[in-house]
Design a protein around this ligand. Structure first.
Ligand SMILES: Cc1cc2nc3c(=O)[nH]c(=O)nc-3n(C[C@H](O)[C@H](O)[C@H](O)COP(=O)(O)O)c2cc1C
Length: 188
């Protein structure tokens, strides 16, 4: 697949199954991630990869987080939370690590955007290698218990929980949006 075809055909994997990218493939994916544009060369990101039994622990964390918010949640609702961790064989938490250095003038929003670009590179690299992925967040991404459970520090933010695997849905070739509403020539 050439690069334009790659860009024009990426779409989220709604249903994802085994196999996940191998360790060697994932290394390639991470190398693509850290090619993201990065104002000030701050490298304002880190990535947590979660596979196998790690996903069970992630499921526990989803359940604990849900219980803290809704102590009377039903077993069915908690089961749905646990299942979120099992959406795909590989889960990649993309963390924006905001610089704490007093001399850093790069605005926080630009550091968050850089981490977002890294996340997008992960989606595209996965697609290039024949896998599919979906970028999720949900309430947990902004939840203190969930974040500390994953070991995040106060200056760190979850900007994406990426689920990566092999596409098991039939939505791979959906057309992209019409560009007309999003573009104008300036000055008119
Ligand atoms: C920062 C961010 C967070 C997102 N969080 C969620 C989410 O929690 N749940 C969800 O269903 N989609 C979420 N999405 C949207 C999906 O990743 C996806 O882009 C959307 O469903 C459109 O599908 P497509 O990527 O195939 O065009 C998020 C997207 C971004 C950029």
């Amino acid at each position: 697949m050439d690069a334009m075809e790659l860009l024009l055909t990426r779409s989220s994997g709604v249903k994802l199954t085994d196999p996940a990218p191998s360790d060697a493939e994932f290394e390639q994916i991470l190398k693509a991630a850290v090619r993201a544009p990065d104002h000030g060369r701050l490298k304002p990101w880190r990535f947590l990869s979660i596979r196998g039994a790690g996903r069970e622990k992630l499921g526990d964390l989803y359940v604990e987080t849900a219980l803290l918010a809704s102590p009377h949640a039903t077993p069915e609702a908690l089961g749905r939370e646990r299942d979120k961790a099992l959406r795909a064989p590989l889960v990649v938490v993309v963390v924006a690590r905001l610089s704490m250095l007093p001399n850093v003038k790069v605005p926080e929003v630009e550091q968050l955007l850089s981490a977002g670009a890294a996340a997008q590179n992960i989606l595209l690299a996965a697609h290039a290698l024949g896998y599919a992925a979906v970028w999720k967040t949900g309430d947990v991404a902004y939840n203190h218990h969930f974040k500390t459970g994953l070991g995040l520090a106060a200056n760190e933010h979850i900007i994406g929980i990426l689920f990566v695997g092999t596409r098991a849905d039939a939505m791979g070739n959906k057309p992209g949006p019409d560009i007309a509403p999003f573009h104008s020539v300036w000055p008119a």
